[in-house]
Design a protein around this ligand. Structure first.
Ligand SMILES: CC(C)(COP(=O)(O)OP(=O)(O)OC[C@H]1O[C@@H](n2cnc3c(N)ncnc32)[C@H](O)[C@@H]1OP(=O)(O)O)[C@@H](O)C(=O)NCCC(=O)NCCS
Length: 198
């Protein structure tokens, strides 16, 4: 069933960008973020609906972080590191991914447990959708989540994403949501795009 979804190839943005929303700063990850990311991925509750659902070791997180950094620099977009503008530790990530076997470009997010319940994932996701439609000129943005990940499904529904189907992706039972450029509407919330200097 995944093969029947239209695959949308994102055109790379000219330069990697930072995004700012009313409460958040999103910037590309660096390898310096390992300690912050490891603290989040070591929490089994955060990882419950990601892959095999187990906490990651620092070494596993280090490999994932390297992939995140490399992919972002190659494509000009990917997972952004998320911080409160007021400062503080890494809150998690939000961004646009395109894994192999993916139906298309996917919205992805993961927050430290202490950051749940404040609308931050929704706020960051709105900015990422806007970046995907306005800068990358995507036709459709997808999102996959495990059926029982109700918090994640609520984020997708708040964003106006449509339930498409339940199917297996990457070997896991998932629900697939999508939003097209025609369906998407920018809202009045703060969105600032800062392009990196060449
Ligand atoms: C999925 C995940 C990002 C959702 O986080 P979340 O905090 O529930 O989602 P949001 O940031 O959008 O916050 C929404 C909640 O904050 C509440 N909230 C509080 N203050 C708010 C504000 N100022 N604005 C908006 N919502 C606010 C909302 O009422 C809502 O609660 P509800 O869903 O109980 O009604 C988080 O659970 C997570 O990181 N999980 C682990 C990783 C994961 O599973 N990722 C997805 C893999 S597919």
């Amino acid at each position: 069933m995944a093969a029947s979804l239209t695959h949308t190839d994102a055109k790379p943005a000219k330069r990697a960008a930072e995004l700012e929303t009313s409460r958040l700063r999103l910037r590309p990850f660096t390898t310096e973020d390992l300690a912050g990311l490891s603290r989040i991925t070591a929490d089994a509750e955060v990882m419950r609906y990601i892959g095999d659902g187990v906490a990651l070791t620092r070494k596993e997180t280090e490999a994932n972080l390297q992939t995140i950094v490399d992919t972002f620099s190659r494509r000009g977009y990917g997972r952004w590191a998320m911080f409160e503008k007021a400062g503080g530790a890494l809150l998690g990530y939000c961004g646009l991914a395109r894994p192999a076997q993916s139906p298309g470009v996917e919205l992805v997010y993961m927050l430290a447990r202490g950051a749940w319940g404040h609308g931050l994932a929704t706020e960051a996701s709105r900015a990422c959708l806007r970046y995907g439609f306005e800068e990358l000129r995507l036709d459709t943005i997808y999102a996959l989540t495990m059926p029982d990940n109700l918090r994640s499904r609520r984020v997708l529904e708040r964003l106006g994403m449509r339930f498409l189907r339940a199917d297996r992706y990457y070997g896991y039972a998932c629900v697939c949501y999508a939003i097209t450029r025609e369906e998407w509407r920018p809202d009045a919330s703060m969105y600032l795009l800062r392009r990196a200097k060449d």
